[in-house]
Design a protein around this ligand. Structure first.
Ligand SMILES: *[C@@H]1O[C@H](CO)[C@@H](O)[C@H](O)[C@H]1NC(C)=O
Ligand SMILES: *[C@@H]1O[C@H](CO)[C@@H](O)[C@H](O)[C@H]1NC(C)=O
Ligand SMILES: *[C@@H]1O[C@H](CO)[C@@H](O)[C@H](O)[C@H]1NC(C)=O
Ligand SMILES: *[C@@H]1O[C@H](CO)[C@@H](O)[C@H](O)[C@H]1NC(C)=O
Ligand SMILES: *[C@@H]1O[C@H](CO)[C@@H](O)[C@H](O)[C@H]1NC(C)=O
Ligand SMILES: *[C@@H]1O[C@H](CO)[C@@H](O)[C@H](O)[C@H]1NC(C)=O
Length: 556
């Protein structure tokens, strides 16, 4: 098993020392929730054996984590004394993928045979992870991971499952349950998985060559979101299109983001589809995308020359459902490249990890940004960002973050080196850390709802009435501030969370069932265009404080 690395434990002790020395914060009421300095950091495991380059949460409350099979040895052995040979790694007896079990806070090694470096993935409607592509001997492979609760599941490899090589591509689950795999290095096209027929091929997408700078390729890992009309919003480099993948036509071209700087890999900013509401079939849903951070044009070439240019501190927000939409620019409290943007269960956006200068790519990040910020989409411009408590751990190139069912964010990885190195600047990081947003503070326990029914793993249908029962401590209910949200589990890599969306369910009138027990009636999303079928977490949110834990539902 993985052993403790003393250098990774040290910051934890320092953190505790600081807490003892600091005066206790004075009483804060709900109005100051997520005020400056909110949130708290904990180390979960000092050493999980691999550096978490990719993470996917499963409906078993386990997280599949994988790195790169051609790096040389990791720090965790393959199960049963197994070893493998690849063209670049002879007799490697270490694992390059692990499964993290939230309940037991432990990892077990998994066996991935071919190279998964800088790849992509999405869950199928039944919860099975489909991972696509990678590098070297793995760039056309598909790998399947069927979740299990008994530690018996592992990767299954499908050789040549893809039409073309996919390295730095983006996947999105579609309303029909397939996934689309878009782009990748020198691939100006897309394909689907599973294949609908033997004739299914890679289809050209000229937008990807139009946004490609041949020397820098600032359009990798494009930001892809399923719009509420069923088309795909695809942002690459510094602009976006709305794409109808069925008829293979560009429906709309969005303006270039003001300033024109690139936001995609290696100038890695990040992006989210902001919370969607009013979701019943036939409703006029407004969808907005927020793109934050990145590196200025030329930053990659400069980093190659040893000059690390300050990161972009701007975000652009755009209503992608408008017929003539315009970007509205905002300024973050600090610049950030390689940050991860996560939708929190209460509809706020967490921006976490990353660097203050340089770019993505081996050895190209500097000035780690240790301070997350929360973005509150509904606040007026100018008062949307709230600076959070800092960590001590740099999480830059090849770091990741993912939302758990209990509302915490697991943060892991960071390895700017071409193999594991614990001595170079910004050493390979094998630790697993959690950021608990301020809504998890014990001071909000009196407001926190707990879901009583339905039970986790329930099946729901589209456009269905759903009654959710929850408890809140006696006398604390504010019935006008109860909201029900639905979030799918995401695939995170390279500062982008694929398949991320948050649905605010309509309805919401609260009735009393018994002392401290209430019921809220909501309507589930109207179609697979709004919520592709599959697993979601449902949270009841009361005065901005989400239930901890959410429940798993499967919509179809
Ligand atoms: C920062 O985090 C520590 C624990 O990690 C917590 O005790 C403290 O309250 C946090 N600071 C604020 C201002 O919330
Ligand atoms: C993990 O690292 C520790 C400390 O460097 C080392 O003692 C141990 O052998 C390593 N384990 C594996 C499986 O590489
Ligand atoms: C999900 O579906 C796929 C493809 O049909 C199948 O291979 C897999 O076993 C299924 N997974 C589960 C968990 O049922
Ligand atoms: C583990 O659970 C799966 C179902 O999730 C089952 O198919 C399999 O037989 C179980 N394996 C063992 C060793 O119990
Ligand atoms: C990097 O260095 C090369 C060779 O000296 C030079 O031609 C190029 O202009 C430099 N690029 C930047 C962005 O500084
Ligand atoms: C109840 O919630 C509403 C909506 O968030 C808010 O405007 C109101 O001030 C809250 N009432 C109390 C007593 O906290």
């Amino acid at each position: 098993m993985a052993t403790n690395n003393p250098s990774l434990i040290l910051p934890f002790c320092v953190l505790h020392l600081l807490i003892l020395l600091l005066p206790l914060p004075c009483h804060r009421n709900i109005l100051t929730l997520a005020a400056e300095g909110g949130g708290k950091w904990d180390f979960l495991l000092p050493n999980i054996g691999v550096s978490a380059m990719h993470m996917q949460l499963l409906n078993t409350d386990r997280v599949v984590i994988f790195d790169n099979t051609d790096f040389g040895p990791s720090n965790i052995s393959l199960p049963n004394g197994a070893c493998r040979n690849t063209p670049t790694s002879q007799n490697d007896c270490t694992a390059h993928s692990v499964e993290y079990d939230v309940a037991s806070n432990s990892v077990r090694p998994l066996v991935v045979l071919t190279d998964v470096l800088c790849s992509s993935g999405a869950l199928m409607p039944n919860g099975t992870l489909v991972q696509t592509g990678g590098f070297n001997n793995g760039d056309r492979n598909v790998r399947i991971y069927n979740p299990c609760n008994n530690n018996s599941c592992d990767w299954q490899e499908i050789s040549l499952g893809l039409n073309v090589r996919r390295w730095y591509a983006t996947n999105h689950i579609l309303p029909d349950g397939r996934q689309i795999i878009i782009g990748g290095r020198r691939q100006f096209n897309y394909e689907f998985y599973p294949k609908s027929s033997g004739a299914d091929r890679a289809y050209s997408l000229p937008f990807l060559s139009q946004t490609n700078d041949p020397t820098i390729e600032n359009n990798l890992y494009p930001f892809v979101f399923l719009n509420v009309d069923g088309n795909l919003f695809i942002f690459a480099n510094n602009r976006a299109i709305l794409f109808d993948y069925v008829r293979r036509v560009v429906v709309r071209s969005y303006p270039t983001i003001p300033g024109g700087d690139p936001r995609c890999y290696p100038s890695s900013g990040s992006a989210v589809l902001l919370p969607l509401r009013n979701l019943q079939a036939g409703a006029n849903i407004i969808a907005e995308v927020l793109v934050c951070g990145g590196a200025p044009r030329g930053a990659f070439a400069s980093a190659r020359n040893g000059t690390f240019v300050g990161s972009l501190n701007t975000c652009g927000r755009i209503r992608i459902t408008d017929s003539n939409p315009q970007w509205v620019m905002e300024t973050m409290p600090m610049g950030r490249v390689m940050g991860d943007m996560l939708l929190l269960p209460n509809g706020n956006v967490l921006i976490i990890n990353g660097a203050g200068s340089g770019t993505a790519g081996w050895e190209f990040g500097r000035n780690p940004v240790l301070t997350p910020v929360v973005y509150i989409p509904g606040n007026p411009i100018g008062s949307r960002f709230e600076v959070q408590n800092s960590t001590f751990t740099p999480r830059m190139y090849h770091s990741t973050a993912i939302l758990l069912r209990d509302g915490r964010i697991v943060v892991a990885g960071s390895n700017p080196h071409i193999s594991y190195s614990f001595t170079r600047l910004f050493p390979t990081d094998l630790s697993l850390e959690a950021f608990s947003p301020s809504y998890l503070d014990s001071q909000f326990a009196k407001l926190r709802p707990r879901i009583v029914s339905p039970g986790s793993q329930s099946k729901i249908r589209y456009g269905q009435q759903l009654a959710i029962r929850f408890t809140i401590p006696p006398g604390r209910l504010n019935g006008t501030s109860v909201m029900v949200t639905m979030v799918p589990p995401t695939f995170t890599t390279h500062a982008f969370l694929m398949n991320q969306r948050l649905l605010i369910l309509s309805g919401g009138s609260v009735t009393v069932v018994a002392r401290s027990t209430y019921q809220v009636r909501v309507v589930t999303p109207g179609s697979g265009r709004v919520a592709p079928s599959g697993y979601y977490l449902i949270f009841v949110v009361h005065q901005d404080v989400p239930t901890s834990e959410g429940i798993w539902v499967q919509i179809s």
